[in-house]
Design a protein around this ligand. Sequence first.
Ligand SMILES: C[S@@+](CC[C@H](N)C(=O)[O-])C[C@H]1O[C@@H](n2cnc3c(N)ncnc32)[C@H](O)[C@@H]1O
Length: 345
Amino acid sequence: MNPTPEREALVLSQYGHLWAKTAEKAEGLLGAGETELNRIILMMRRDFGADFSDPVLIKKNQERDLERRKTGFILDRQHIRSVEVDSPTATLMIEALKMRTLMELTRGAERIVELGAGWGKNLFKLWLYGAPLDAEYHALELTPEARNLAKRVAQSAAPKMPFFTHAFDYYRPDFSMFAEAKPTVVFSHHSLEQIPSVGERLFEAIKGIPGLIRVVHLEPVGFQVPGATWLENVRPDRMEYIDSLNRAFATKRDQNLNLYPILRSMELEGSIRLTRVRKHFCSILLKNATTLLVWEPNGTPSLTTPETQRDDLQEPPPQPSVWTRLRRKVGKRILGETNAGSQIH
Ligand SMILES: C[S@@+](CC[C@H](N)C(=O)[O-])C[C@H]1O[C@@H](n2cnc3c(N)ncnc32)[C@H](O)[C@@H]1O
């Protein structure tokens, strides 16, 4: 499906602006003589280093922090309250989980490709987490501001990293830059979210990359995925509540509404196999939680087949009987507990 011209202009101007302001932060650091990649990518983040020069971006970040304190975040199948954990600490915990997961899923790849890569922060972080020295790292991105920034960071602080940038638009997927067959893992992180309705054409084009092993999506699409077993030790109504928050946020922002259904229908047709579906895998903002979807083209032998984990195919837990529910209610009354505020821990 093609974007409306208004949507295309909005995405280009919003992200062009964000990445231009991030480039200002980077220039400040590089101009002061900073050469350590780890310090540069940390200080360029919203939560760290100098504030952005734009008051609108500063306000937006403050609002995000306040919201995260209020609603908590998701990590390791648990909904965690922010009591002592400040926002930057939560960011680092979630980042570690995502990077460890990507490290596992890119093992054995000689070409690692991120779609909608922004300024390449995930590829740089993968490198810092220990991804292979001799693999190629490709940042595919729509906005020239982010591609230029990625090149500037790579040249200044990661000169040994085999890092490449390419112009890329999800609506016109073209992977002709990858002519040679090499074990390849493609991933996206909160970028396919920008495509309200994605068509099979994109996935067919990805399947055409010579040497493709696996595709990993870390995208806020958990509300599209069936299943009520993805949080530990909570009642289904809390999971439904988080689902509804995510659905409302994606709808309001005109974000993706069909990534999981389209991959599932391709699986049922036999053209791909879904190996991991981890619904609302983790979140920085509870209403925009990240879901992990991993697929492989059918008929392609994997280098290593990762363990299959499917939250979408789990049986719902048995509902407690009326008597059990009644006994629990009476028990709670005796203990003086109430249901107030039970939507969020
Ligand atoms: C939320 S940012 C995420 C960037 C990066 N993946 C990260 O995690 O830092 C979304 C990115 O998607 C890109 N994007 C939006 N629409 C796109 C499109 N049609 N084709 C390719 N990239 C797009 C934006 O320019 C932006 O860099």
